[in-house]
Unconditional design. Structure first.
Length: 196
């Protein structure tokens, strides 16, 4: 079990021996807070919540470089890989995953901001148990390093969840939890930049 972060807290992505983590996975998850609908024969069907996890890359001047999301699953340099779109949020664990090879991220990239958006415009008052977590894929067993459980809910369609920032050659992870509105990562570039 990793470190439980509160909104605004950050963590250096270095191991106890001082080495930097090299391969991480950012898992994002959520559940529907909408009561299940009763079907014709009385069986309950959970309401699908289709949220999309994305990574927005920024340079040192807070200028956007590109986004990795459901329509572009890999960064141009290949260091960031989205594993695919989950259309329901159903099931335990991570609903969408973004893998980052920290050692291969272009030196131009100084910040990677992770956002969740609702393409279908479902709002976060329909969501519960939203979280993001960092998993260390550079060691056997892929242990969880840190987890941020989102406490906010409301009538907005996007959330700036967390960010990775390069500080003196070391990557830091910070929990953000800042609400926004938008259907895709491109719609929330401004709110994401505001967290840098």
């Amino acid at each position: 079990m990793g470190l439980s972060l509160q909104k605004g807290q950050s963590l250096s992505l270095t191991k106890q021996n001082g080495e930097s983590l090299t391969h991480i996975r950012l898992g994002l998850g959520w559940d529907s807070a909408v009561p299940a609908k009763r079907g014709f024969f009385g069986n309950a069907k959970p309401v699908d919540i289709d949220l999309d996890a994305s990574a927005i890359l920024f340079d040192g001047n807070k200028q956007p470089l590109e986004a990795v999301f459901f329509n572009q699953l890999r960064s141009r340099d290949g260091s960031i890989q989205h594993t695919g779109d989950n259309l329901t949020g159903e099931g335990d664990g991570d609903d969408e995953t973004i893998m980052v090879n920290l050692a291969a991220v272009s030196p131009v990239v100084q910040h990677i901001v992770f956002v969740i958006t609702s393409y279908s415009q479902q709002t976060f008052d329909m969501v519960q148990n939203a979280f993001c977590r960092v998993i260390d894929d550079s060691v056997p067993g892929s242990p969880e390093v840190a987890k941020y459980q989102l406490a906010e809910s409301g009538r907005y369609t996007a959330m700036v969840m967390a960010k990775l920032s390069r500080v003196g050659g070391v990557w830091n992870f910070q929990a953000i939890g800042s609400p926004a509105n938008g259907k895709t990562a491109h719609d929330v570039v401004g709110p994401a930049a505001a967290t840098l």
